[in-house]
Design a protein around this ligand. Structure first.
Ligand SMILES: *[C@@H]1O[C@H](CO)[C@@H](O)[C@H](O)[C@H]1NC(C)=O
Length: 446
């Protein structure tokens, strides 16, 4: 009996492990959530670019490609990973024109099927293109490699290119002609290096920009998205090659599974906005004061006077309501002052925020770090460093999203009782989040 149950447990464990490592497009995305909780997050990708949701941002500069032309420079690895066709990119390739330098890691494609040429992930007013190319880059000024960056809120920058059916593309032929040699999952093939920019539209100055996530598990909300407005074209027969050659299943699989419809449907935009680098069809304009106001609000929330924040009227109503509740609680129960050390405070925070936010493990880790740290950092700075990136305040501070009530609740409950001097300590930290061309340089404004 005992042996039987041991065997049973062993089998169950093996099933769970095998299952957890797998995800696909055929059984729907609801299954992703069971094993990849981030896929249910509030800043997921892709999204639908709706005209009424777009804000023109005059500070968005053209994307600048560096060392994209790899012609005659050795080989590239082409891979069928069971979810897409992927090309590993050399680290000499990078993009600038963004606040930081991002180094290329890989590219891959999402597509429909031979009979249904609708496979792009992002859509424009509901229009789905035939396919979509993603070129993945990581923030190489801050992280040593892509694996360190891909779960950080400022870790990745992905370029998205819509693909529609039309004129044939010599650029895409560079790898499509080798696709039949990586038919099954895990197959790889080296191909001659080519000019990666031949896969992209000519105009790199017209794009949509928003903060989002990986469009496949583990769905980390770590991507600054740049999706170019103008699509590129591939021919009908090139599209057929792309959609009807590869299998999602490995070579020895009993029933071959075609690799088709490997796209995720648009996720809710929630409280985010989509910025555009182009004016055409966009009625709302971004203002620089927004960024300064938001910085002031966060500073007040972390170390300042809550009443002032409430009276400013700059927060959404839902957030103000929460603020009132939290403020009353803090004043009357003396909760904040009774929690002396940062460790206790974070433990208390964890207790309060656990039901709404999945920051338990982060807090545990950070509270330990703060406890053991010998740095002279002030408490609000340590707190801010620990929680701000995970709260996606980056987007809020850059006026790319509204603040979520959960964030306000979290910040408020973490308010330490500290003096004026902390304002100055906190400033450089907040500045690193508001790194916006407007605050640095204004001469290109029109
Ligand atoms: C990425 O960098 C980290 C930290 O330097 C290192 O531990 C890890 O092995 C690196 N990963 C890869 C895939 O190079």
């Amino acid at each position: 009996m005992l042996r039987l149950s041991h065997t049973l447990i062993a089998i169950l464990l093996r099933v769970i492990v095998a299952y957890g490592a797998k995800w696909g497009y055929t059984n729907g995305e609801s299954q992703w959530l069971q094993h990849y909780p981030y896929c249910a997050g509030p800043m997921q990708s892709p999204v639908d670019f709706k005209t009424g949701r777009l804000i023109f941002d005059a500070s968005l500069r053209p994307i600048v490609l560096e060392n994209y032309d790899l012609t005659g420079q050795g080989t590239l690895t082409l891979k069928n990973n069971g979810h897409s066709v992927l090309i590993v990119l050399p680290s000499k390739m990078s993009i600038t024109g963004l606040p930081q330098r991002y180094t290329a890691a890989q590219l891959h494609i999402h597509w429909g099927s031979k009979t249904s040429p609708r496979g792009s992930e992002h859509t424009v007013n509901g229009k789905q293109y035939a396919a979509e190319l993603h070129i993945v880059h990581y923030n190489s000024e801050k992280y040593p490699n892509v694996s360190m960056a891909f779960d950080k809120s400022d870790g990745l920058a992905v370029l998205g290119v819509f693909i529609e059916i039309g004129a044939s593309s010599p650029g895409y032929e560079n790898f499509l002609s080798h696709l039949s040699q990586i038919k099954t999952k895990s197959n790889t093939k080296t191909i001659p290096a080519f000019d990666i920019s031949s896969l992209m539209p000519k105009r790199l100055d017209e794009y949509f920009r928003y903060d989002g996530s990986l469009t496949a598990p583990p769905c980390y909300q770590s991507v600054m998205w740049t999706v170019f407005k103008k699509p590129v074209t591939i021919s009908h027969s090139q599209y057929d090659t792309l959609t009807a050659t590869l299998l999602a299943s490995p070579a020895n699989h009993v029933t071959p599974v075609p690799l088709v419809n490997n796209f995720r449907n648009p996720r809710p935009i929630e409280n985010r906005v989509v910025l555009t680098s182009f004016k055409q069809g966009v009625t709302t304009y971004m203002s620089a004061t927004c960024i300064l106001q938001r910085k002031a609000i966060i500073r007040q929330l972390l170390v300042g006077d809550v009443e002032e924040v409430i009276e400013s009227g700059l927060l959404p109503q839902s957030a103000t309501k929460l603020l009132y509740q939290g403020y009353t609680k803090t004043e009357h129960t003396g909760f904040t002052s009774s929690v002396k050390t940062s460790y206790d405070r974070l433990a208390k925070l964890q207790e309060i925020t656990q039901p709404t936010l999945a920051f338990g493990s982060l807090l545990q880790q950070k509270s330990l770090e703060i406890k053991q740290s010998t740095t002279t950092k002030s408490l609000p700075v340590s707190l801010a460093e620990a929680v701000l990136p995970k709260l996606n305040l980056k987007s809020y501070l850059a006026c790319k999203a509204d603040v979520v009530p959960a964030t306000i609740k979290f910040l408020l409950s973490g308010r330490p009782l500290v003096g004026e001097e902390d304002f100055f300590l906190l400033d450089p930290y907040l500045d690193s989040y508001t790194m916006h061309p407007w605050l640095v340089q204004r001469e290109w404004e029109d």
